[in-house]
Design a protein around this ligand. Structure first.
Ligand code: AMP
Length: 199
C-alpha cells in the first residue's frame, strides 16, 4: 500500500507529476479538480453546484468535496494505494480524510510538497491558459487562487510536517528532473519503485 498526497500552489506541476507517479508506482492518481471539471463538462448535478466556485477560483464547499473523495477512495482500484492531487485543501478536509482513513486503519504515508515561486507559477499558468483555455486560468482568477492557497491550504503543510510525513521538493526546472527528485525522496522514505516500472 502506498498512500501519497501531492500538495502545492496552482501551477506547481501537481497534475503533471501525479500522472507520472501514478503510472510508475501503479496506483491511481485522484485529482478533485479533474473530477469537478469532468462533472462540469458532463453537466451533472455536482458540476452545476461546483461551477461557480471554480470559475471564481474559490474552493468548492467541503461538504461536496469530502463526500466525493470518500466515494472515490472506496473504489476497488484504491486497494493498492492512491495518490491524491489537490485534496485535502482545507483543515476541515484534513479532518475528514483522517477520519475516513483511520476508519480503514490507515493514514497517508508521505505528503510531497511541490515548492514553487509565485511569480514562476503565474507565468506557467499564463501559458496553460493559452494552451488549454481553462476558465480559471484567467490572470485575476489565478491571483485569487494563489491567495486561497496561501490562506486555506498552505497551513496544511505544517500539519503534515508536524506528523513527520512531509517531504519538500523543488518544483522548478525540467519535468523529468522534478520526477526524479520525488522518486528519490520517496525511496528515502522506504517507498521504492515497483521492479517493472521504468522511470
Ligand atoms: P485544481 O485542478 O486542483 O487546480 O482545482 C481546480 C478547482 O477545483 C479549484 O480552484 C476549486 O474550485 C476546485 N477544487 C479542486 N479540489 C478541491 C478541493 N479539494 N476542495 C475544494 N475545491 C476544490
Amino acid at each position: 500500500m502506498t498512500r501519497l498526497l501531492l500538495i502545492g500552489p496552482p501551477g506547481a506541476g501537481k497534475g503533471t507529476q501525479a500522472v507520472r507517479l501514478a503510472e510508475s508506482y501503479g496506483i491511481p492518481a485522484i485529482s478533485t479538480g479533474d473530477i469537478f471539471r469532468s462533472n462540469v463538462k458532463n453537466e451533472t448535478e455536482l458540476g452545476a453546484k461546483a461551477k461557480a466556485f471554480m470559475d471564481a477560483g474559490d474552493n468548492v464547499p467541503d461538504s461536496l468535496t469530502n463526500a466525493l473523495i470518500r466515494d472515490r477512495l472506496a473504489e476497488s482500484d484504491c486497494e493498492s494505494g492512491f495518490l491524491l492531487d489537490g485534496y485535502p485543501r482545507t483543515t476541515d478536509q484534513v479532518r475528514d480524510l483522517d477520519e475516513f482513513l483511520a476508519s480503514h486503519g490507515t493514514a497517508l504515508d508521505v505528503v510531497i510538497e511541490l515548492v514553487a515561486d509565485p511569480d514562476v507559477v503565474v507565468e506557467r499558468l499564463r501559458k496553460r491558459a493559452d494552451d488549454q483555455g481553462r476558465s480559471d486560468d484567467d490572470e485575476s482568477v489565478v491571483r485569487h487562487r494563489l491567495d486561497v492557497y496561501a490562506s486555506q491550504t498552505a497551513p496544511l503543510v505544517d500539519v503534515y510536517d508536524g506528523r513527520g510525513v512531509l517531504v519538500k521538493i523543488d518544483a522548478l526546472g525540467e519535468i523529468d528532473d522534478v520526477t526524479v527528485r520525488i522518486t528519490e525522496a520517496l525511496a528515502g522514505r522506504g517507498i521504492a519503485l515497483p521492479d517493472h516500472s521504468a522511470r
